[in-house]
Ligand binder design. Sequence first.
Ligand code: HEM
Length: 172
Amino acid sequence: MTENADATPLTFYEEVGGHETFVRLVDAFYRGVADDEVLRPMYPEEDLGPARERLTMFLEQYWGGPTTYSERRGHPRLRMRHAAFHVNPDARDRWLQHMRDALDELQLPPLHEETLWDYLQRAAFAMVNTFEPSGIGPAAGGRDATIVPGPNARNVPRSSIPVTAAQPPDTD
Ligand code: HEM
């Protein structure tokens, strides 16, 4: 493993280029989201800047960088935070395509690129919370009124029930 002068092993965050790399990745990703007819309407704020900052902070923290995300937002609980959005396979594939394009733009060394891509794919597949086509089912058109569906809620996939119904949103 690469080590720096005082023999402390570098984190992946440092190895891959630190803050600048994550900012470039997420900026490029959101340029794709801004023009995406399915994803763009899902983002509640008119300005994508705050969403961009949250994703950057999260990825930096995940890969061993500053823990600013949790200091500002608390525990990530990403599946729960995405329960309000209609994340079907189409949304997932679009999300991943913008990430793929962003990664290609960065031209990272192959091992770094593979490591990030492998993680992003697994995370995106884990975020899917409905198989209903866009516009039908929970969270159509962005945030859903039923943010925490009860066990009898219709159109709630089985896999999301334990995550969303077991505890109130702020305590898991
Ligand atoms: C699979 C498709 C995905 C879709 C359609 C999607 C969509 C969204 C939307 C609409 C938001 C709200 C914007 C905001 O308030 O920040 C959001 C937030 C967020 N997403 Fe995703 N997302 C997806 C996958 C992922 C993945 C794979 C990750 C992590 C690797 C991720 C990380 C985040 C983070 C960190 C936030 C901000 C959470 C917060 O602190 O409130 N998302 N996402």
